[in-house]
Design a protein around this ligand. Structure first.
Ligand code: SF4
Length: 340
C-alpha cells in the first residue's frame, strides 16, 4: 500500500460516512441486531437477508424473546435462507446470553456457538467498539490489491494467518466498527471481485494493484476440485387424501436437522424422473432427480415407515420448514398435479 496510513483511514472513513448503504441493522443499532445480521450475512447476500431480518426482529425483537422461542418457529423464520445451523446457533446463543449476559470481549463471543474469528471481530468492533480487525473474502481481496500481494489464498485459515496481521495494522482503533464496515462496504460496492470500479474508489491513491494494473488478477485463489453427485428423490402423492410424503431430517443430519425435503432413494427406481434440478453446496454440485412413485406402490409404503418420513397435507405445507430448493420444486410439481 502506498501513501500515508492515516490518510488512507481518513479517506476510507469519510467515504463510508457519506456513502454507506441504509441497511436495516444500521438503523437504531443494537448488539442484538448486529448479531442477527452478522449470522444472516454469513454465506448470504445483503439483498436476500433484508426481508428475513425485518421479519426476524418482528418475531424475535431481542435475545430474551429468541431464547424463549421453540426451535420449530426459529427454523420456520429462517426457512429459505439456507445453512440452517446458523439459525440453531443463533437460538443457542440467545439462550446462553439470556442466562449469562452479553459477552464483554472477543474470547466471550468466540465461546458461543457458531462464532468464529470473523464474526467475533465483526460483532465486537461494530456493536462494542472493540479494536479487532475482520478478515473475510472482501477484506482479503482489498488487502491483496492494496499491497499488490500475489500470495495464494487456499482457505480461511491461510487468509487469517497471512492477512490477519496486515488487517490489524490498517485498522483504525478509534473507530474499529466503522472501519471494518467501511472495508466490507468497499468490497461489496466498489472493489468487487470482477471488474473493480477503481475510478470511483476512495483509496485509489493508496492502491498498488491499481498503480500496477494488476487488480483483476488479485487475490490469487487456487482452483478447488469440485465434486459431482447424483441424488434420487421420491415424489409420492396420495391423491385421495391430498398429501405428499416428506422426510424431516433427524439429529444425525448435521446441516439439515429439523428441515424437510423430498425422500431420498438409495437406488434409482425404474420410473424416469419427472424433474431434474442441480444445486451447488460449497464445492459440491448435486444433480437431484425426482422420480414419481405411486402412493399404493409397496416402495412408497416402505419409505413412509422410515424414521422422519411422514405424510403432509399438500394445502398446508407452509406449516412445514422445507429447504428452499425443495420448496420451489414441490410447488412446481404440485402445480402439475391434480388431486382427487
Ligand atoms: Fe480495489 Fe481498485 Fe480501489 Fe484498488 S483502486 S482498492 S483495486 S477498487
Amino acid at each position: 500500500m502506498r501513501g500515508d496510513l492515516s490518510d488512507f483511514r481518513q479517506q476510507l472513513l469519510a467515504w463510508f460516512d457519506d456513502a454507506k448503504r441504509d441497511l436495516p441493522w444500521r438503523q437504531d443499532p443494537s448488539v442484538y441486531k448486529t448479531v442477527v445480521s452478522e449470522l444472516m450475512l454469513q454465506q448470504t447476500q445483503v439483498r436476500t437477508v433484508i426481508p428475513y431480518f425485518h421479519n426476524w426482529v418482528r418475531l424475535f425483537p431481542d435475545f430474551a424473546s429468541l431464547a424463549a422461542a421453540d426451535e420449530a418457529s426459529v427454523l420456520k423464520a429462517w426457512e429459505g435462507l439456507g445453512y440452517y445451523s446458523r439459525a440453531r446457533n443463533l437460538h443457542r446463543m440467545a439462550k446462553a446470553i439470556a442466562a449469562d449476559g452479553i459477552p464483554a470481549d472477543l474470547a466471550g463471543w468466540r465461546a458461543l456457538p457458531g462464532i468464529g474469528p470473523y464474526t467475533a471481530a465483526a460483532i465486537g468492533s461494530i456493536a462494542q467498539g472493540i479494536a479487532a480487525a475482520v478478515v473475510d473474502g472482501n477484506v482479503v481481496r482489498i488487502l491483496a490489491r492494496l499491497d499488490d500481494d500475489p500470495t495464494p489464498v487456499d482457505g480461511a485459515a491461510t487468509a487469517q494467518r497471512h492477512f490477519g496481521p496486515r488487517a490489524a495494522k490498517l485498522l483504525d482503533s478509534h473507530r474499529p466498527g466503522a472501519y471494518n464496515e467501511a472495508v466490507m462496504e468497499l468490497g461489496a460496492t466498489i472493489c468487487k471481485k470482477a471488474a473493480p470500479a477503481c475510478l470511483l474508489c476512495p483509496v485509489q491513491a493508496h492502491c498498488d494493484a491499481f498503480a500496477n494494473g494488476t487488480a483483476h488478477r488479485l487475490p490469487v485463489i487456487p482452483p478447488k476440485a469440485s465434486r459431482n453427485r447424483v441424488l434420487h428423490r421420491a415424489w409420492i402423492v396420495c391423491h385421495a387424501s391430498a398429501r405428499i410424503l416428506l422426510n424431516t431430517y433427524g439429529p444425525n443430519a448435521s446441516r439439515l436437522v429439523g428441515i424437510s425435503e423430498l425422500p431420498e432413494l438409495l437406488q434409482p427406481p425404474e420410473t424416469a424422473p419427472i424433474l431434474t434440478r442441480s444445486r451447488s453446496i460449497g464445492n459440491n454440485r448435486f444433480e437431484e432427480r425426482i422420480h414419481p412413485i405411486a402412493a399404493d406402490d409397496p416402495l412408497a409404503a416402505a419409505i413412509s415407515r422410515l424414521p422422519g418420513h411422514a405424510w403432509h397435507p399438500a394445502d398446508s405445507l407452509q406449516r412445514v420448514t422445507i429447504s428452499a430448493p425443495h420448496k420451489k420444486w414441490i410447488e412446481q410439481l404440485l402445480a402439475q398435479t391434480v388431486m382427487h
